[in-house]
Design a protein around this ligand. Structure first.
Ligand code: ZN
Ligand code: FE
Length: 261
């Protein structure tokens, strides 16, 4: 009996395809391309049991058909998005049973980046908790609002914020350094942010992933999860040039700031 292994497989320009494997079985999340996954499966003698998708963007679904054809693994994805293929359509409260992994993943609806974006979370029987959040939450950042409103995204992020703090945040892109550079402008005095900058810089110098993060770390340092914190509110208002009466206003100002950073 070996412990589960959680691997961020780099793909395309800055994507991670998350691969979880245990005792020869594997699942992948958001395979934007098939080649790297197929190679990893072959190298490690793994059987792919499931392909999980969070949203319809090509850099998350582009390898799904090829991996399904190669392995026969069923595809799980959001109920309300157009996908190249999907055998199990999921929405909030649905579960994905993965008995070979001692894991049941529960689905959250997290609209904002796309209208039908979903996320998967759960704790395995080894006590490790996972959040596969696609392009909704990033290390020190969040996804751009292509199909949703600031209000929707804030509600989605609050669903994450109520998960246990030890949850491993498995984001789909390596955006950490650029997010941290911006976050340090929002909260220059945040010691956790300064520490994260040091750690992430060292990792990136060696081309190593800065992920997964933990929810606890994000709650301490991700401006988009800190729209109620005095210093963040003040910075967002200074950037906007006027008072921001609600947390949605703070969130919208932060998102607009980061878009143009
Ligand atoms: Zn996306
Ligand atoms: Fe993406």
């Amino acid at each position: 009996m070996v412990n589960s292994q959680l691997i961020p497989l780099p793909a395309l320009s800055d994507n991670y395809i998350w691969l979880l494997h245990k005792n020869g079985d594997a699942i992948v999340v958001d395979p934007g391309e098939a080649a790297g996954v197929a190679q990893y499966l072959a190298q490690h003698g793994l059987k792919l049991q499931a392909i999980l998708l969070t949203h319809h963007h090509g850099d998350h679904v582009g390898g799904a058909q090829e991996l399904h054809d190669l392995t026969g693994a069923p595809v799980y994805g959001p109920a309300h998005e157009r996908l190249p293929l999907c055998h199990h359509r999921l929405s909030e409260g649905d579960t994905v049973q993965l008995p070979d992994f001692g894991l049941t993943l529960t689905v959250l609806d997290v609209p904002g980046h796309t209208a039908g974006h979903i996320a998967y979370h759960g704790r395995n029987d080894e006590g490790t908790a996972f959040l596969f959040c696609g392009d909704t939450l990033f290390a020190a950042g969040c996804g751009r609002l292509f199909e949703g409103t600031p209000e929707q995204m804030l509600v989605s992020l609050r669903k994450f914020a109520s998960l246990p703090e030890d949850v491993l945040v498995c984001c789909a892109h390596e955006y950490t350094l650029s997010n941290l550079r911006w976050a340090l402008q929002v909260e220059p005095g945040n010691a956790t942010l300064k520490e994260r900058w040091e750690t992430a810089s060292r990792l990136r110098e060696k081309s190593l992933p800065t992920l997964p993060s933990t929810l606890g770390l994000e709650l301490e340092s991700n401006p988009f999860l800190r729209t109620g914190v005095q210093r963040v509110v003040e910075s967002a208002a200074a950037h906007a040039g006027h008072e921001l009466p609600s947390e949605v206003d703070v969130f919208a100002s932060l998102r607009e700031w980061k878009n143009n950073f």
